[in-house]
Write a new protein. Structure first.
Length: 277
């Protein structure tokens, strides 16, 4: 199995809609017979050109279609059907795996972190037969790992998202910022118990913006993890609380050099709200 990075022209092909509608995607791949192109079980990551400028889609090669006519259903997603002529021939058949939208998969981030071996991003890149220290392998490993880590990046290092059934915390890892071990199950249990309403200002995203924001909320560790020296089992009902992003940001600030607490921030919020009545 190899990892690949390929590109799709945003102005030519609507991959976003195709990903939602089509069960499989056909991708031009005329070199399979020589063993140089996309091979069975390879993992494909797709970079969407400007104005998106991000890697957003992950596929797996599940088959090959040599000298097949271009799929009729897929033609609908081309902005100009004349461009299809350049994509006729052999194809690899892609199974859809994931769609993500993360700043760590953006062209801007790649450039800032010196991850791109040769800019701009165009054509195809693969880690097949590349040494472990090869820049392309390192670049594609970053992309693959970002898809493997499904947690949403936030600006808050203790946004809860812990990693195993017993919810042990305390260990740090360096990725883009200093983060902590996370597990989606702990977050889910916290929201299930407390509901998706901010414990400070009582805001509910669903009530404010509608159903599509249902269950959106940040989760805050009442005791910051950097104050914990040993691993311990987090109780999602007592150690974690749901808060809106604004209140979460304030919980990471200090008041006259004193770390903010949930109780203190709630008092400040109530005083401010009452003073405006």
């Amino acid at each position: 199995m190899a990892n690949w990075l390929v590109t799709v022209n945003y102005n030519e092909f609507d991959l976003e809609k195709a990903f939602e509608v089509l069960p499989i995607i056909y991708w031009k791949n005329s070199a399979t017979s020589e063993g140089k192109g996309l091979q069975l079980n390879d993992i494909i990551h797709v970079y969407v050109t400007q104005p998106i400028s991000r890697v957003m889609y992950q596929f797996k090669v599940i088959g090959q279609a040599e000298n097949k006519e271009y799929p009729v259903a897929q033609k609908a997603f081309w902005s100009d059907k004349k461009n299809i002529q350049g994509y006729l021939g052999g194809y690899s058949i892609f199974e859809k795996l994931k769609k993500v939208d993360k700043p760590t998969l953006s062209f801007e981030y790649f450039m800032k972190e010196n991850l791109i071996p040769d800019a701009p991003i165009q054509g195809r890149r693969t880690d097949r037969d590349k040494a472990s220290d090869d820049p392309i392998r390192i670049f594609l490993a970053h992309i693959f790992n970002e898809f493997t880590n499904e947690s949403v990046n936030t600006d808050y290092p203790d946004e809860a998202n812990l990693e195993n059934a017993s919810f042990p915390e305390g260990a740090k890892q360096t990725v883009l910022v200093n983060r902590y071990e996370r597990n989606p199950e702990a977050r889910a249990k916290c929201i299930e118990f407390h509901k998706a309403r901010c414990k400070v200002c009582e805001m509910s995203f669903e009530e404010t913006y509608g159903f599509f924001t249902k269950d959106f909320i940040h989760v805050h560790h009442i005791t910051p993890l950097h104050q914990i020296s040993e691993s311990y089992d987090v109780n999602p009902e007592t150690d974690l609380i749901p808060v809106c992003p604004n209140c979460h940001a304030m919980l990471h600030r200090q008041e006259n050099g004193i770390p903010m607490t949930v109780e203190r921030l709630k008092l400040l919020y109530e005083v401010s709200k009452n003073s405006k009545m």
